[in-house]
Design a protein around this ligand. Structure first.
Ligand code: URA
Length: 193
């Protein structure tokens, strides 16, 4: 087995774009590595690319992404400036089904390497799949959203997936509170944005 230590996003991205570790490598249009500032201290992690993301090669570019940008911009965050956005899976699952555990396991090292290079102070998990993979397998978004967990020195918070907010707008106020809580935490930690 070859174990590569990546020191920059360019070589990591290049290898990720050629990944065939699971069957999704054969059906993707684009590998969706991530978007944003790799020097940012705040990382957002979603689930997997959808149809639009697969076509354009960028995470969260569809309706859910537009909603995410509203929440981000509302607290002074901007995907093109002071954060990074990635997903648990880099390739689109067919028909937008949930990522299979085996696909998540095959893909997770790309994200682990992104985290190793970035060393973010805060990771925000967008939805159940990301929170269960990164915070705790038993994570419940409805009960634990907005709470910061210290995982080996990195603060991790889960909140509602923006696609879930489109399906159930009654959760939008809770999501706004989570983003305001995030804004407070950014200030408290003295992270310059
Ligand atoms: N949903 C996600 O979780 N990620 C995307 O990139 C798009 C939609």
């Amino acid at each position: 087995m070859v174990f590569i230590i990546y020191t920059n996003f360019e070589s990591l991205k290049n290898d990720c774009e050629n990944c065939q570790k699971c069957a999704l490598g054969a059906t993707r249009t684009n590998c969706v590595f991530g978007v944003g500032n790799p020097n940012a201290k705040i990382l957002f992690v979603g689930e997997a690319p959808g149809e639009n993301e697969d076509k354009q090669g960028e995470p969260f570019v569809g309706r859910a992404g537009k909603l995410l940008d509203l929440y981000l911009n509302g607290i002074g965050l901007d995907r093109n400036k002071n954060i990074y956005i990635a997903n648990i899976l880099k390739c689109r699952p067919p028909e937008n089904r949930d990522p299979l555990p085996a696909e998540q396991d095959a893909c997770i090292d790309w994200l682990r390497n992104q985290v190793r290079i970035m060393r973010p102070s805060i990771i925000v998990c967008l939805g159940r799949i990301a929170a269960c993979k990164l915070i705790s397998p038993n994570y419940k978004v409805t009960q634990e959203h907005g709470i910061f967990f210290d995982k080996n020195g990195t603060l991790m918070m889960g909140t509602f997936h923006p696609a879930a907010l489109l399906r159930d707008p009654r959760r939008k106020a809770d999501a706004l509170e989570d983003f305001l809580h995030l804004q407070e935490k950014i200030k408290e930690l003295g992270i310059s944005i």
